[in-house]
Write a protein that binds this ligand. Sequence first.
Ligand code: KG4
Ligand code: ZN
Length: 366
Amino acid sequence: MTRTLTILGLESSCDDTAAAVVRHRPGNRTEILSSVVFDQTSLHMDFGGVVPEIAARAHVEKLDYCVEAALAQSGIQLVDLDAIAVTAGPGLIGGVLAGVMCAKGLSAGSGVPMIGVNHLAGHALTPRMTDGVDFPYLMLLVSGGHCQFLIVRGAEDYTRLGGTIDDAPGEAFDKSARLLGLEQPGGPAIEQAALAGNPERFRFPRPMLERPDCNLSFSGLKTALRRARDDLTTAQGGLHGNDIADLAAGFQAAVTDVLVGKSKRAIKAFLAQEAPNTPVLAVAGGVAANHGIRTALTGLCRETGLGFIAPPLQYCTDNAAMIAWAGLELFRAGRADDFSLSARPRWPLDRKSQPMLGSGKKGAKA
Ligand code: KG4
Ligand code: ZN
């Protein structure tokens, strides 16, 4: 199928309600005609994490608005779409259900085919939408809910090399920021605080770095930070500004070392299995916004001869353009779903891999 395809994407698996329209003609650059995101952060602010019931209600309220806005901004009528792609999992089940029901309604009313998309596939395929990367490539997915290394061979062909056994790195940033009295989301707050800090003052552990596999762990790091904070508080009656900066810098340095160390192993495993002409490591997820982590990964790729791709931030974090794109790849391959499409809380990309142990604030890591 080489014709131009125009796809509406819907995303509601966590705390962002999103709709987008994406158009692609083979051989041309992909056009993201619109990408609307309603961020729920303020709704969950008082609760220290995403509250599934609040998230689901907000998705139900906002989905129609996001779809209308995405269609209006793109200048496309519903009936002119080739397909509607919707996140059908993994994620918080109430939110996923809201999206799937919305897609079914739109599809039933317009006759436009519908495709259920794996949210992780949306992230994993983003570098193809933004940078036209060819299969196969290595993907590091690092967000508040996900952390895994994947070999991406096709829109439905993934091998998971490893992932977190407990917290996702964004989750660790968020929890650690809370321990330091910094605002949410914690990643940007810690990055900002760390700018003035000394990363050497607190030598936090680099969990699992000595192990030869590609699995990671972040929960012990957060515990070490809490201990250091409590020791300081006991010794001096509180934290000074420079203590917070040093703790943030030490924490960020440890996360960076773990991600770089494990990326090195993942690159080795990737190159042992695949021989692409131009090997690439791509990142996605909110943590990929961290300048220190980006710089360290860029350096690693230079050292190991890989290209490094970090899509623009608005397509690294949760959005519906990535879902539209993943749906577009599947639709081109002849896939479509009927009204029996169901919402799935867990949905591993690599069907052969064992489920990981961790399941954090943003749902199963799959
Ligand atoms: O991909 P995302 O928007 O949502 C999902 O988790 O699916 O990622 C959000 C996560 C949050 O945990 C946030 O603290 C983290 O990404 N994050 C960062 C930075 N910006 C966002 N972590 C570290 N450094 C940053 N600059
Ligand atoms: Zn995500």
